[in-house]
Design a protein around this ligand. Structure first.
Ligand code: UDP
Length: 489
């Protein structure tokens, strides 16, 4: 296509998220932001995610009513309906997507497909999750620009991108069991990251391990994209974002996206569009916890959640439970059905009476919460979290200190940054002991409460400023929108 033809095709972005709650949630927020800028958006969900959005939240309807320029498409993920798509099943999900969903996606965007070159609905830009390495080849084949959106944290992704250097320097695989050894060959992370702060799947002796190979593959594909989108803000991660420029010189740091969307929806330019925060949940939210929170004193409750994918053993669950009760703090705990490996306490009668009593007096348990609303509630004083990137950002925006108990992927890195770099809480990493849980809750909720709250409040202000007019994320989103509108195909 030559320059004179370029404006004939109107901007149309196809967004393809990793089909999990966290990535779908923040990619939908980006989709809304693009729709507000009059860009046509097609959002490609798996059928499983789409169905769960439909059943559990306002889901698709909200988007259809709000944006005439938004549409969903679906592909099967190839897994049986009863696969939990959590914990160690995520590897299977990726393999199955490759085998089943990718050929359909390819058919959609290549010649002859509904969104292929020359069609009425031709896409002019693909935004895919960074883990979707297949997107680079397909985008190049059809001559459409590709932007990777890495929905994990930039600090987490940087530990992926440094893996070849770690291997070359002999730092990976680890030579011994000392997880406290500092990492030397991750530029910008010197003096910060220990072996135990790298993603937990780095704790292998095998370079040919399936996940390690996946990381190395992602490292090779990321520089092939025309740009890299992050759900973060400069004031939080400037040093890492600067390092990242050596891999991808075109970075858009547009987060925290949930806060960014609220700002833009509230702006005068979008009259009549009401902000909603809870239309992206793939599980049924139990809002009764909000009434319970309404009855609790200010900053008295610790919120506990391990997100949508992490798993917990029965022993760990009891350690956390004892720690919570022994801390004397009030607590709101999300116990996601199916998240306990081994014997689920819900199905046993052997719950110690002190736990039942302590929970009845000071606790509230739900199977899924409206998390953004919970974290914004004045009764919440802290967050015991698995350090998923969305949860971390949601906590930061609301100025809530964290106790971090990471599970996998970027979470080990995030928890280190929360504790050591941003000083927004404590990193409980690799420990799950009732005494430590109790001690950390007491520290965050009582002994060092003011110190952590003050720090969290400062960071919350920076986060909100970044997504306000004149802020760094606001400017990056404007640049992203302009770039999409003028992309050459
Ligand atoms: N979430 C929620 N209700 C809950 C627990 C989690 O709405 O009870 C949401 C949370 O707000 C976040 C997402 O689920 O947006 C989890 O994403 P995150 O990246 O934190 O972790 P993941 O689930 O991907 O491990």
């Amino acid at each position: 296509m030559n320059m004179s033809d370029q404006r004939a095709v109107s901007p149309h972005v196809l967004i393809f998220p990793l089909p999990l709650q966290g990535p779908v949630n923040c990619m939908l927020k980006l989709a809304e932001l693009l729709c507000l800028s009059k860009i046509q958006v097609t959002f490609l969900n798996t059928q499983q995610i789409q169905e769960r959005l439909r059943i559990n939240s306002a889901g698709a309807d909200v988007y259809f009513k709000r944006y005439p320029n938004f549409r969903f498409e679906t592909v099967p993920d190839g897994l049986p309906e009863d696969n939990p798509r959590t914990g160690d099943q995520i590897g299977h999900l990726l393999e199955s997507m490759d085998a089943v969903a990718v050929p359909i996606f390819r058919g959609m965007v290549t010649s002859g497909g509904e969104y292929g070159p020359g069609s009425e609905n031709q896409v002019t830009c693909i935004i895919a999750d960074g883990i979707f390495t297949f997107a680079a080849g397909i985008a190049a084949e059809i001559g459409v620009p590709l932007l990777y959106f890495d929905t994990i944290s930039p600090c987490g992704l940087w530990t992926y991108l440094c893996l070849p250097e770690l291997i070359e320097a002999g730092e990976f695989p680890f030579k011994d069991d000392n997880l406290d050894e500092m990492i030397r060959n991750a530029p910008g992370m010197e003096g910060i990251i220990r072996r135990r702060d790298l993603p937990s799947f780095y704790r292998t002796n095998d370079v040919n391990d399936r996940i390690i190979q996946l990381v190395l593959k992602e490292d090779k594909h990321i520089p092939l994209a025309q740009g890299l989108i992050f759900n973060t803000f400069q004031e939080l991660e400037a040093p890492i974002l600067a390092q990242m420029l050596s891999v991808c010189p075109n970075i858009y740091a547009v987060g925290p996206l949930h806060a960014h969307l609220k700002t833009r929806l509230a702006a005068e330019t979008c009259p009549g569009v009401q902000p909603t925060t809870s239309c992206n949940s793939i599980r049924r939210e139990d809002s009764s916890c909000i009434s319970w929170l309404d009855a609790q004193p200010s900053k008295s409750v610790i919120y506990v959640s391990i997100g949508s994918v992490a798993m917990i053993t029965t022993d760990q669950l009891f350690e956390i439970w004892h720690g919570l009760v022994n801390s004397g703090s009030r607590f709101l705990w999300v116990r996601r059905p199916g998240s306990v490996t081994g014997l689920d306490p819900e199905t046993t009668k052997e719950i110690p009476s002190e736990l039942s009593l302590g929970t009845k007096e000071r606790g509230y348990i739900v199977s899924w919460a409206p998390q953004e609303e919970v974290l914004a509630h004045p009764a919440i004083g802290g967050f015991l979290t698995h350090s998923g990137w969305n949860s971390t950002l949601e906590s930061i925006v609301e100025g809530k200190p964290m106790i971090c108990w990471p599970y996998f992927v970027d979470q080990q890195v995030n928890s280190r940054y929360v504790g050591e770099v941003w000083k927004l809480g404590l990193d409980m990493k690799d420990t799950c002991d009732r005494v430590v849980v109790e001690k950390m809750i007491r520290e965050v909720m009582e002994l060092r409460k003011n110190e952590f709250l003050q720090r969290a409040d400062e960071m919350a202000k920076l986060a909100k400023a970044s997504v306000s007019e004149g802020g760094s994320s606001y400017a990056d989103l404007d640049r992203l929108i302009l770039d999409i509108k003028f992309m050459k195909i």
